[in-house]
Design a protein around this ligand. Structure first.
Ligand code: GLN
Length: 279
């Protein structure tokens, strides 16, 4: 039977809607665009195309994976963030739009010569900053060697490999020297909140990247205790936080002697980024 992309998409959308409800039509369109090898904004124009039996099978396979809550990024292997498209695997946290707020804030100050991204994961933050600052050098750390493999590929994608070094390290452990700009999107979900996360996140993204357990604040305690030894004079630091953690995280940095600590909101109006200046 000759089938058009539009017919196959309609069947897939129905199946996916029954499984995951809201979001299904958009997800099905992303998977069809991926099957056809076209950009999303071209999809409507391509829907009258005939699809091969192989393409139908590929699309149906992806629809079934999505119906079982596999994140779209794990199926397509990529995710758009800031001005780039990054490679994503189950070994790294999926870059989130909220994290773009961190990039925006970091870019408001003087151009840094040295950048440190702690818990770099996919490397998305470091890669974006190095792409924005072509004269800067950067270091990315992660405790996960598998995450660092993905980060290396993403630094390559933005053409920043020669200005970046990646270190397998528990926060500041393997890091020496001082940096003009220090950033991190550490794991901050509390143990209690983990149970309430959607299965897409809880069962498919690395727990290590999502939660430090307990009250969700332990990474900030480690970051605050070591920041003074690694921030350059006039340096700035930006940390992503959970929307209810602002006051706690502000206090954690204040307790370590940082007087200039401010909290900034994301596009949804949630407190999302803590900015800390050299004392
Ligand atoms: N820095 C990466 C990101 O923002 C990974 C963060 C993490 O794994 N907690 O997406």
């Amino acid at each position: 039977m000759i089938q058009t992309a539009s017919m196959v998409l309609r069947t897939g959308t129905k199946l996916l809607t029954a499984a995951i409800g809201e979001g299904a039509p958009r997800d099905a369109r992303i998977l069809m665009a991926h099957t056809l090898g076209v950009e999303m904004d071209r999809l409507t124009l391509e829907l009258s195309r005939t699809v091969t039996p192989t393409q139908v099978a590929q699309f149906e396979h992806m629809i079934h994976r999505r119906a079982a809550h596999t994140p779209i990024s794990h199926i397509t292997g990529k995710r758009a963030f800031w001005k780039h498209e990054f490679r994503v695997t189950p070994d790294v946290l999926d870059p989130r739009p909220e994290t773009e707020t961190l990039i925006e804030l970091a870019m408001q100050g003087a151009a840094p010569e040295t950048i440190l991204d702690l818990g770099t994961g996919s490397g998305c933050i470091l890669a974006c900053l190095l792409a924005e600052y072509p004269d800067a050098n950067g270091t990315g750390t992660d405790i996960s060697a598998d995450a660092l493999t993905v980060a290396a590929q993403n630094l390559e994608k933005v053409g920043a490999s020669d200005r970046a070094s990646l270190v397998q390290s528990d926060w500041f452990d393997g890091v020496s020297g001082r940096f003009d700009l220090i950033v991190s999107n550490p794991p901050y979900i509390t143990e209690a909140e983990m149970a309430r996360l959607s299965p897409d996140v809880r069962e498919h993204e690395p727990h290590l990247a999502l939660t430090p357990g307990g009250d969700g604040l332990s990474a900030y305690r480690t970051l605050a205790a070591n920041l003074g030894a690694h921030l350059a004079p006039n340096g700035r630091a930006f940390f992503e936080i959970g929307k209810d953690q602002g006051p706690d995280v502000q206090r954690i940095f204040a307790d370590q002697g940082f007087e200039s600590v401010s909290i900034h909101t994301d596009l949804n109006g949630h407190q999302r980024i803590v900015a800390v200046n050299f004392p």
